[in-house]
Write a protein that binds this ligand. Structure first.
Ligand code: G3H
Ligand code: 13P
Ligand code: ZN
Length: 328
């Protein structure tokens, strides 16, 4: 069942974070649905309520263009039918104003992100406010971004600008956005930290205090949150890859962030690492195989297992039954 991110945030706020996972193809979609229902093997396996979690499917502009956005949407619609117990939001990741309007009009997305974080404060407010007004008219909710992560966001290369707490409070009042992505030390991709840097919990604490003074229980979002597991990086490198110095967010910090108002945690890179390691290993282990399905099956299982693990770290694992009772 497709719901808005706001409906999920109301259930999760202050208790755990909802995993927001980027997908591009059928294999990722199936692995994602299975994992969020606590299934590891077949679609028809029973739901494991000790592991099952609500989730957010993120579609980037790159994912929309990979083949044709209608094909990706068709896959998600089919998964909704195949996995009727799943509760999830369909969210545009890092949208421009134009793509936001396209998604709002489509009637398929329950949530969009307008990312004008590279603009000056006033311009960011102006663009975000226009998108919020258009989205709310259609029952779609909006995530905005203030501050700048390091690394690359789609086509924008950023240098870090941590979000200022007083600006965050002013921004959500002026724009009426439904959630806000804040920059607290993470960056996109597989090379986040060199040395011992980590998340700025001091800044996050101040942001939560400031935004809650104007809107209580306001959901914050953390982008660039892949943990870049060293085990997967090692497997990629052993199987012929070259990812030197890759590093990510400490997974134990997800839950800590969720206690400070972070209700959505974005993970894309980790899914790519699982894909890359799986395919490299499968080709080495079975050099005689040229059928795409055996490796695809292993990937779907590995990805589902990885999602279960992630949700355990986010604290959302095991919450689906309660969320279902509240929303259905
Ligand atoms: O934040 C960016 C996401 O990881 C999406 O990446 O634009 O390559 O699909 P992408
Ligand atoms: P990662 O690159 O850390 O997976 O971040 C993904 C993200 O923020 C998508 O918007
Ligand atoms: Zn992002």
């Amino acid at each position: 069942m497709i719901v808005t991110t706001t409906e999920l945030f109301k259930q999760a706020y202050g208790k755990y974070a909802i995993g927001a996972y980027n997908i591009n193809n059928m294999e990722q979609a199936v692995g994602l649905f299975r994992g969020n229902l606590g299934k590891s093997g077949k679609n028809s396996d029973p739901v494991d309520n000790t592991k099952a979690a609500p989730f957010i499917i993120q579609i980037s502009r790159g994912a929309r263009d990979y083949s044709d956005t209608r094909i990706l949407e068709g896959i998600i619609r089919a998964c909704d039918e195949v996995f009727p117990e799943a509760i999830f939001a369909v969210h545009l990741d890092h949208g421009t104003e134009e793509v936001c309007y396209d998604c709002i009009k489509s009637g398929f997305y329950s949530s969009v992100m307008i990312d004008a974080s590279h603009e000056e404060f006033e311009k960011n407010v102006e663009i975000t406010k226009r998108v919020v007004d258009a989205a709310h008219e259609k029952g779609v909710v909006v995530e905005a971004e203030l501050g700048q992560l390091g690394g690359v966001e789609e086509d924008v290369v950023g240098s870090v600008k941590l979000t200022r707490p007083e600006d965050a409070a002013k921004f959500i009042e002026l724009t009426n956005c439904d959630s806000l992505a804040v920059a607290i030390g993470t960056s996109h991709g597989a090379f986040k930290f060199s040395g011992t840097q980590g998340l700025h919990f001091d800044v996050l604490t101040e942001i939560q205090k400031a935004v809650n003074a104007v809107k209580p229980n306001f959901p914050l979002v953390m982008h660039g949150s892949s943990s870049v597991p060293q085990e997967w990086v090692r497997r990629i490198n052993i199987a012929g890859g070259h990812l030197a110095g890759a590093s990510g967010v400490n997974e134990d910090e997800y839950f800590k962030a969720s206690q400070l108002g972070v209700t959505k945690i974005n993970i894309d890179t980790d899914g790519r690492l699982v894909w890359c390691a799986t395919l490299r290993e499968e080709f080495i282990l079975h050099p005689e195989v040229f059928d795409l399905r055996p490796s695809g099956k292993v990937f779907m299982k590995n990805y589902a297992d990885y999602i279960v693990h992630k949700n355990q770290k986010l604290g959302s694992a095991g919450s689906l039954a309660d969320v279902t009772a509240a929303l259905k």
